[in-house]
Design a protein around this ligand. Structure first.
Ligand SMILES: N[C@@H](CCC(=O)N[C@@H](CS)C(=O)NCC(=O)O)C(=O)O
Length: 199
């Protein structure tokens, strides 16, 4: 099986990189920010975004889906529970929650800060985005009061996916009032292979 990861630095690509490193999986890395939006990348990701994966020539996109697939391909690595188990339902729950209730708001604020051209940026979204993100962080904080990791009390690919978003929230100054989230964030950053930004 051959895997090629199209990636770019400490962005959402680093979720996929961490999953591959954690499992000791062999893969080819193509790291080129200039590929974003290119016709070549659109063969792997319909929007020409990074990350994207080619697995034996088959394209797969969305960092959470890529991480879940990588973990499923290496069951011996113990990063994910099999489909049909309660633990797998918990994985699906926290991934969906993270992407829709937290990351979507962080991404909207980022787009309106440095991604969109200046004339398209709307500052009015910032307070609402912060409010919604903190609502989601509050729910995560409550869950993390009783457990060190999101699913079944042990480190898993779910923590790679959600950990990235929690770290992003910290870097934008949103985690200050959530003690358990802060401790969890540090636990993520302390993992030896964690490639997320520590600044
Ligand atoms: N939901 C996607 C987000 C991918 C994404 O937006 N990647 C950025 C780089 S971090 C990108 O390619 N941006 C270019 C664009 O938005 O057109 C994922 O998690 O993989």
């Amino acid at each position: 099986m051959s895997m090629t990861l199209y990636e770019f630095g400490p962005t959402r690509s680093s979720r996929a990189r961490w999953a591959l490193l954690e499992l000791g999986a062999e893969y080819e890395s193509i790291e080129d920010r200039a590929m974003i939006g290119s016709d070549e990348l659109k063969k792997v990701h319909p929007l020409g975004k990074l990350p994207a994966l080619l697995d034996d020539g088959r394209p797969l996109f969305e960092s959470a889906a890529i991480c879940t697939w990588i973990a499923d391909c290496h069951p011996e690595g113990g990063l994910i529970s099999p489909s049909g188990t309660w633990e797998r339902a918990q994985h699906d729950q926290w991934v969906a929650f993270t992407l829709s209730e937290l990351e979507a708001y962080l991404w909207s604020s980022a787009r309106n800060t440095f991604v969109y051209p200046e004339e398209k940026r709307i500052e009015a979204v910032f307070p609402q985005n912060a409010m919604e993100a903190k609502r989601a962080l509050g729910a995560l904080d409550a869950h993390l009061a009783d457990t060190e990791w999101l699913v079944a009390g042990k480190f898993s690919v779910t923590d790679i996916i959600t950990g990235f978003t929690v770290n992003w929230a910290r870097r934008t100054g949103l985690t200050g009032e959530f003690e358990n989230v802060q401790t969890y964030n540090q636990r993520i950053l302390d993992r030896p292979l964690c490639p997320f930004s520590k600044d």
